[in-house]
Design a binder for this molecule. Structure first.
Ligand SMILES: Nc1ncnc2c1ncn2[C@@H]1O[C@H](COP(=O)(O)OP(=O)(O)OP(=O)(O)O)[C@@H](O)[C@H]1O
Ligand SMILES: [Mg+2]
Length: 315
């Protein structure tokens, strides 16, 4: 059984307008998505800005209410669970954010930032608390004199480590990592990804890894879902997505991965332009009135948003 299953999740925001401030329409931020995450795995949720990734992540940790759908954690629908089960869930499922400067309270010392989630769930003595926070700093490779400093005294990479320490403090089973390295330099990105992997192995944590960049998550995720306009356009294993992509939007994200090798730079640019052209010219093939088609299974674990006739018509 999967650790968590997301079933037909929808999050629609009302748009109000006119003198009476009536609801005239909805933003379909998340519009019926399904995926599941196994224990100990890293699942990638990838898409451009505005595709609905953060809204999905926030709904899973309970920071956003689902309009409809189910979030099934260890076999129980958490949207309908008892308070006791929800409390356990809130401890088991944590989140780390892209912007550590605004997600870590600037007025609090690192000690209190990391101790806060522990205090919400356990009553430890001051001594025990200090010991636990020191252990957590050690796990993420921060010196223990960080305890009494403030977030602004650290670099972006160090602050992300502190964010991870805070997320790990309650011994979670699942961490929603929303663009955890997007604001960091390339070399620092690699460090943060490496210790996220290390922590995952040690504590058997699952990640929902949210990113707009298929390059960043290439070595992190066993399975990925590609999100566009509130829906999933393609779902598959790392092999399916990187070596056998089918949807034009997935191809476009792959073509957008920056190439460092100067040798093929021109070739890469031409490829990217060709993919972009196909994307712009074939909207009505890949989208129905701008909306993503339902997913169709095309391989063991490979799903693509295609109209049924595209499947049979031998593309
Ligand atoms: N509270 C809200 N009210 C109305 N619309 C919202 C609200 N929150 C998000 N949206 C809209 O929902 C859509 C999805 O937003 P979301 O933040 O989930 O995207 P994202 O994929 O995380 O993008 P990014 O890569 O920029 O973080 C966007 O069109 C956004 O404007
Ligand atoms: Mg986001």
């Amino acid at each position: 059984m999967s650790l968590i299953q997301i079933k037909d999740l929808k999050i629609h925001y009302p748009i109000r307008s006119g003198f009476f401030n009536r609801v005239t329409d909805h933003v379909r931020a998340v519009d019926g998505i399904n995926f599941e995450i196994e224990e100990g795995e890293t699942y990638g949720l990838i898409g451009e800005s505005g595709s609905g990734k953060s809204t999905t992540g926030k709904a899973i940790v309970g920071l956003e209410d689902a309009t409809s759908g189910q979030i099934i954690y260890k076999g129980h629908d958490i949207t309908k669970a008892s308070e006791r089960r929800k409390l356990k869930y809130n401890r088991d499922v944590q989140m780390i954010f892209q912007d550590s400067m605004s997600s870590l309270n600037p007025k609090k010392r690192i000690f209190d930032i990391i101790a806060e989630p522990i205090r919400n769930f356990e009553s430890l003595s001051k001594e025990e608390e200090k010991k636990r926070v020191q252990e957590l700093l050690d796990i993420v490779g921060m010196p223990s004199d960080a305890l009494y400093k403030y977030p602004h005294e650290f670099s972006g990479g160090q602050r992300q480590r502190i964010g991870v320490a805070r997320a790990v403090a309650t011994k979670p089973k699942l961490i929603i990592a929303d663009e955890p390295v997007s604001a960091l330099d390339l070399s620092v990105q690699a460090q943060v990804l490496n210790f996220m992997k290390k922590i995952q192995k040690e504590y058997n944590i699952s990640y929902l890894f949210i990113s707009h960049d298929l390059g960043v998550v290439r070595h992190m995720c066993e399975n990925l879902a590609i999100m566009h306009r509130g829906r999933l356009v393609e779902v598959g294993t790392r092999e399916d997505i990187y070596h056998n992509p089918q949807h034009i939007y997935t191809k476009r994200l792959l073509a957008a991965i920056p190439k460092i090798d100067p040798k093929n730079r021109e070739e890469h640019k031409a490829h990217r332009q060709a993919v972009e052209k196909e994307f712009l010219e074939n909207q009505d093939k890949w989208y129905k009135n701008g909306r993503v088609y339902p997913l169709q299974q095309i391989g063991k674990s490979h799903f693509v948003a295609l109209p049924q006739d595209k499947l049979e018509g031998g593309r």
